[in-house]
Design a protein. Structure first.
Length: 355
């Protein structure tokens, strides 16, 4: 992993041009996560930590953003340690390098945003599908995403997207390459079309509502966001159709989020070939000390290939006096109809996040 970090920094130095004096340059993006923990991995959870006890430098994310007038550019490179499967990334992860290894492109795109209600981006983009996938790794309430999110949804692909904030309605639609690797075959292996639309009828909710402080004018209002993501194209198999309705609510210290994922294959036309995979997650949380302390729980279930998995877990996250330093202690336990014993992980994670 140390070599991966050095490689990420070296690639960044090559990929990011010198800051132009006429542009407003955003802050350096940096995320460093180090873990201590214990794990008994599940074959249904591809991002589980290695078996047994572990100490690891889990993830390094580094990048920069440049902006000037209505144009902006972002590049983020990521290095990640190996999981229980021996691979650093989940089966459907994108942005991979043609030469392999633990370093990949995270988000790297150029965008034009003449109005808050309209923005067009092109490059390596976050796939606009699934609530959990939209939340940055630094802002997850538990150390890891639900297993079905890692196993059955895509994170990044290369292509173009249009989106915007219309006040009570947020939208994003993208057409993306199906290829997970950034190479010469990028646009020769099919496409993925994905879209996500969110309604916030009372007030803003966002992707990290637990960070909202008591002095925020919306803190005392009950607010909710409801929406749906739809995807069609080639993921694990061609002609995959997936839907993911979601819901998030916040009132003062209380935050609740939920989503349901369903994928299916279309054999021809609109005939369903099989139901692929499905999963549902519920995640309530409570905050204290102006958002410096978050206690979150999560329960979820998933089914694929005749196998059912149930899971429950919780985590406590604390922000230091400098909010860029965070400590999370969390655990998750799972039960499966295909395994005689349960699987689990317990992680103590120290993170430095600058955004």
């Amino acid at each position: 992993m140390t070599r991966a970090c050095l490689a990420a920094i070296a690639l960044l130095a090559v990929a990011v041009p010198a800051r132009a004096q006429q542009s407003d340059t955003g802050p350096l993006r940096l995320l460093v996560q180090g873990d201590v923990g214990y794990s008994k991995p599940s074959p249904l959870a591809p991002q589980d930590p290695p078996d047994g006890s572990f100490v690891r430098l889990h993830r390094v994310l580094v990048g920069d953003e440049l902006s000037g007038h209505d144009v902006h550019a972002l590049i983020l490179l990521e290095g990640q340690s190996g999981s229980a499967t021996g691979q650093p990334y989940s089966p459907l992860a994108g942005g991979l390098m043609p030469f392999g290894g633990p370093v990949r492109v995270n988000e790297a795109f150029v965008g034009w945003a003449p109005h808050r209600g309209f923005e067009v981006d092109a490059g390596s983009l976050r796939v606009p599908f699934s609530l959990s996938r939209q939340i940055a790794d630094a802002d997850l309430a538990l150390p890891e995403r639900p297993a079905f999110i890692d196993a059955d949804t895509a994170d990044f692909r290369t292509g173009a997207a249009v989106g915007g904030d219309l006040g009570e309605l947020l939208y994003r639609v993208a057409i993306l390459s199906a290829d997970q690797t950034i190479d010469g075959h990028l646009f020769g292996r099919g496409f993925v079309v994905a879209g996500r639309i969110i309604a916030e009828p009372i007030g803003p909710v966002g992707l990290r509502p637990w960070r909202r402080r008591a002095d925020d004018p919306w803190y005392g209002w009950f607010r909710f966001a409801t929406g749906v993501s739809v995807l069609y194209g080639t993921l694990a198999a061609p002609q995959t159709l997936a839907v993911d309705p979601e819901f998030t609510a916040q009132w003062r210290q209380l935050v609740i989020s939920a989503e349901y994922f369903l994928s299916m294959r279309l054999a021809s036309g609109t005939t369903f070939h099989d139901t692929g995979a499905q999963g549902a997650a519920l995640e309530p949380g409570l905050t204290w000390l102006q958002g410096r302390l978050l206690l979150a729980a999560r329960g979820y279930g998933q089914a694929a290939g005749g196998t059912t998995l149930w899971a429950g877990g919780a985590a406590l996250t604390g922000l230091a006096a400098d909010r860029r330093v965070r400590l999370t202690a969390g655990f998750e336990r799972r039960w499966s109809n295909s395994a005689p014993t349960s699987s689990y992980w317990a992680i103590l994670r120290l993170a430095v996040a600058i955004d």
